[in-house]
Design a protein around this ligand. Structure first.
Ligand SMILES: [Zn+2]
Length: 195
């Protein structure tokens, strides 16, 4: 980052501190040529994702809308609300990491199904029935067959699943992992070495 006074490219960092409630880092810098001081802010770039709907309309990705759909599918299945939020987190993080800024709503639906498949069978079939616009019983049967085949073709997963208590969802699940989008803010790391 060039000095705003003399345009010299090198500076040293005098102080770094968290700012904007932890959403950015504020750095006090000193130009190595003119010694004047200036401040930079480093923050994660949040890139808006556009969803292409079946109707051909486009709208910006809406995580609360996605969460609503998952919550509806998981109603009375005993899946912990935090788990549902973490699915949304993971999907959003995945979309953020892609180079394409546009994603179809059907692709998002398939991502949800991937998560639900190992989580809860009822929720999976419910979500699939809405997302894939089931027309009749035949669609349900096909989905159930697919689910059955997937379980059979993945013996390790099936064993792990069978080992879980039938009556209750495992509330002591693995630690929630929140994928933080990679920092895209272009604040140079090189200048750090001067501090
Ligand atoms: Zn300067």
């Amino acid at each position: 980052m060039r000095c705003p006074f003399c345009q010299f490219p090198d500076n040293r960092v005098l102080e770094s501190r968290s700012a904007e409630s932890g959403h950015s880092v504020r750095r006090r810098r000193e130009c190595l040529r003119c010694s004047r001081r200036f401040t930079t802010y480093e923050r994660i770039e949040f890139v808006p994702v556009v969803v292409l709907k079946k109707s051909g309309e486009r709208e910006s990705f809406d995580r609360s809308k996605l969460l609503q759909g998952i919550v509806a599918a998981c109603e009375k299945t005993g899946v912990a609300p935090a788990k549902l939020e973490s699915i949304v987190d993971e999907i959003e993080a995945e979309l953020q990491q892609r180079s394409a800024r546009e994603v179809s709503s059907s692709e998002i639906g398939e991502l949800v199904l991937q998560h639900l498949q190992s989580l809860n069978e009822v929720a999976y079939v419910r979500f699939a029935s809405i997302h894939r616009q089931f027309k009749g019983i035949r669609d349900f049967v096909e989905t159930l067959n697919h689910l059955q085949n997937t379980v059979e073709s993945a013996p390790a997963a099936a064993v792990a699943h069978a080992a879980e208590p039938e009556t209750s969802e495992p509330v002591t699940s693995e630690p929630e992992t929140h994928h933080v989008p990679e920092e895209r803010a272009g604040v140079e790391a090189a200048s750090m070495s001067h501090s």
